[in-house]
Design a protein around this ligand. Structure first.
Ligand code: ADP
Ligand code: MN
Length: 202
């Protein structure tokens, strides 16, 4: 397969990750809408395309098939212009993402959101523990270059709006820089566009 990297793309790919309930889907939908990008909700994709190995009864969740997910997404990721929304991120190829946003929510806020969602007490406790232990943030830091990973508070609508604004601004700057620096780059390095500064973190 022809594996495309960021050098081949004219638009960036953004990963929005975080514990379930942290606000990924709302935030991703807004970023995608304002940038004209695709919102790739991986949970929905896994269900719709059956990119799993059945149900894990104990956890009441689907058993993800990483290889199927990556194979399915390869082509669209090569094109760029995707906002990928998923609660785990270590299995995606590093070359896919130009910006990784890790949404964080306060424990009590997360507890309330997951309760409203009708999660079992077991699943709520598991997810709140996961948030306290910064599992997703650590996974993102272990999987991607430090300068691409940004931790963002997502407790309030004001924070969500600020996070969306920053991501949209960053995407516009990335596209502009790519346009200026693009053309004929054959790996010489001299003409490559410098990546714009990413959005400020917390
Ligand atoms: P995730 O996709 O990470 O599981 P969602 O985007 O579905 O999270 O958000 C979970 C719930 O929390 C939704 O009801 C949403 O409206 C609410 N929510 C998400 N982010 C925020 C935020 N920053 N401020 C207030 N409410 C939020
Ligand atoms: Mn979601």
């Amino acid at each position: 397969m022809d594996l495309k990297t960021e050098d081949d793309r004219s638009r960036p790919n953004i990963l929005v990750t975080g514990t379930p309930g942290s606000g990924k889907t709302c935030t991703s939908a807004l970023i995608a809408e304002r940038c004209g990008f695709a919102h790739v909700n991986v949970t929905e994709l896994v269900k719709a395309e059956e990119l799993h190995d059945g149900m894990d009864e104990k956890w009441d969740s689907l058993i993800l098939n990483d290889d199927k997910v990556c194979d399915h997404m390869e082509e669209m990721m090569g094109e760029g212009g995707n906002v990928v929304d998923f609660h785990t991120c270590g299995f995606f190829p590093e070359r896919w993402f130009d910006l990784i946003l890790v949404l964080r929510a306060d424990n009590t806020v997360l507890f309330d959101r997951l309760t409203k969602r009708g999660y079992s007490p077991h699943k709520i406790t598991e997810n709140v523990q996961c948030e306290i232990m910064q599992v997703v943030l650590q996974e993102a830091r272990d999987s991607y270059a430090a300068e691409r990973v940004h931790e963002l508070h997502s407790d309030s609508l004001e924070q969500m709006e600020a996070n969306v604004e920053r991501a949209v601004g960053w995407a516009g700057a990335w596209i502009a820089a790519k346009g200026e620096g693009g053309g004929g780059g054959d790996g010489g390095g001299g003409g490559a566009a410098a990546a714009p500064s990413p959005p400020g973190g917390v």
